[in-house]
Design a protein around this ligand. Sequence first.
Ligand code: ASP
Length: 408
Amino acid sequence: MMKKTRLWKKVLVGMVLGILTGHFLGEDAVYLKPIGTVFLNLIKMVIVPLIFFSILNGISSLKDTSTFGRLGLKALLIYGFTTIFAVLIGLVFANIFQPGMGSELTLSMDSVENNTKQLTVSNILLDIVPSNPIKAMAEGNILQVVMFSFFTGTALIMIGEKGKKVRDLITSATSLVFKMIELVIQLTPYGVFAMMAWVVGQYGFSFMASLGKFALVFVGALVVQYVLFGVMLLVFAKLNPLPFYKKMFESQSLAFATASSKATLATAMRALQERMGVSQQSASFILPLGASMNMDATAIYLGMCCVFFAQIVGMTLSFADYGVIILTSTIGSIGAAGFPGGGMIMMGMVLSSVGLPIEGASLIIGIDRFLDMLRTSINITGDCTVTVIVDRLEKNLDTKIYYKNDKI
Ligand code: ASP
């Protein structure tokens, strides 16, 4: 009988072959992009139903609104803690290593995407509540879909017995959506192959080398954040982080290849439940919340870019400026959509909040894709860390599965 190859190994092979193919084909690798696009479309096809039903399913499995409130509060507090800590790491790294000092870069006045200009702190917050939930779903506005699911779920708990039929429907719809996702996930190695070939073919290796000091400092900050996740697991959840790191690999490679938290959500959800012993309640409720609003690496990036651009234009940031950067980077990372370049769109808001020219974003836009791939891998790792911690605090985590040396 043929031994079934583990999915993560196939993903790894897909990634390596993709890089090599992209390198040899160069710009011609663009012909492989449609494969990646079809794969991403398949994921996108199931993402709105997944979020809607899994959150509803998670909430409706809670006994009452107070459990829901307690779980949600814990998750939000830990998510908030990791995000603010992330911005601080970014700011400290940018100040110690000063990537913008002595830089030959100058700020050009080419404008970045127009929509960077219209974003303000208040309209990001106001935009969380959808005036039309169907429109939010049709447009794939994840934060709004999450909000609508929470609202529906809360009301469903409140009607108690009268909601039984709807709850049954939700349970079976959730199984259906999970099956669809399982089918799509099998295609990951091919999707990763095509996306990697395209990225390397399009940008080449040289652009990675030309990233310079900024990228190095950014990567350094990400490493600290990555280690911090392990420390959090150890301290708050009293778990050895090594199985976590190992079992995250598959989701991280998908995040890396697609640069989209949204596209990685389903794979991560499955890994949490099936390989790390996280309860369905937490995986289906806390993870989507994190994937839509907790982006630690994006927070690091926004804060660090601000200091970087300030160093380039020779502007001294005051204590108050740092306060504003922490606030706007946190909100920017919450509002950022989990797709490629989602964080970049928030850059204008953060820069303009301390009076830096938003054209600064144009300096970094050329290398953003690669940094985005790294960001997304860290973002999804952060979401999973918090989900594991909350599940453990709730005493739901199955440690046997968590520590099991599995064969996936
Ligand atoms: N692409 C990132 C994500 O999906 C967001 C970002 O651009 O920072 O998590």
